[in-house]
Design a protein around this ligand. Structure first.
Ligand SMILES: [Zn+2]
Length: 201
């Protein structure tokens, strides 16, 4: 039997003909202790993805670029430090927290999507600009302050809106035009909702 490979994105094992191959080039960051490689040596790693997973990654990269551009614009800087963007990536993957809020991430990429983080920054743009006029610390500290206070404050709401929009998109796709909505079914649905809310109170 042919060897199966794992899709780097979703982790599912697959026959190689169903995966696209990407050769990634890395540079050694330190010397090997027995001299097998030196710092600065280049090496290749084969990475495989499902085509659909690969497309998702490309989309994510575009979303990350869009977020980066918005942040530069809002903070009025030429670049955002790499270490801070690393933190943003960990937040996206769900293994770093914003303020005290951390998505319960069991798998990779279960944190806040880049689009959600971007929308949170846009929502707080005026506050950030106002605060930046009074800020006398470093840019790094300001980025961190904004993230853990201003962004933390709104991220969960922005995320809920995003999820709602996504599920509406899915529902629109699912609804067939022949479906019959009678008045009664709406009335019943409303009652059901009331019940749900009073159960929670
Ligand atoms: Zn996959």
């Amino acid at each position: 039997m042919a060897q199966k490979f794992k899709c780097k994105y979703c982790g599912v094992k697959e026959d190689p003909e169903n995966l696209v191959l990407e050769k990634k080039e890395y540079t050694r960051k330190s010397n090997h202790k027995d001299g097998k490689w030196k710092k600065g040596d280049v090496y290749n790693v084969n990475v495989r993805y499902h085509k659909s997973c690969y497309d998702k990654i490309q989309q994510e990269n575009r979303d990350l670029d869009a977020l980066y551009d918005e942040m530069k614009r809002i903070f009025d800087v030429d670049k955002i430090p790499e270490s801070f963007m690393g933190l943003i990536q960990r937040i996206r993957n769900g293994n770093a927290a914003i303020g005290y809020k951390k998505r319960d991430a069991k798998k990779s990429r279960q944190g806040y999507p880049y689009l959600v983080i971007r929308d949170a920054y846009l929502e707080r743009e005026n506050m950030i600009r106002w605060k930046s006029q009074q800020w006398d610390g470093t840019t790094g500290r300001f980025l961190s302050f904004v993230l853990h206070y201003y962004i933390a404050d709104v991220i969960e709401d922005v995320y809920k809106r995003y999820l709602r929009k996504e599920s509406q998109k899915r529902m629109k796709k699912d609804v067939t035009q022949t479906q019959d909505y009678s008045f009664d079914s709406f009335a019943y649905k409303e009652k059901e909702d009331e019940q749900d809310i009073s159960d929670m109170l």
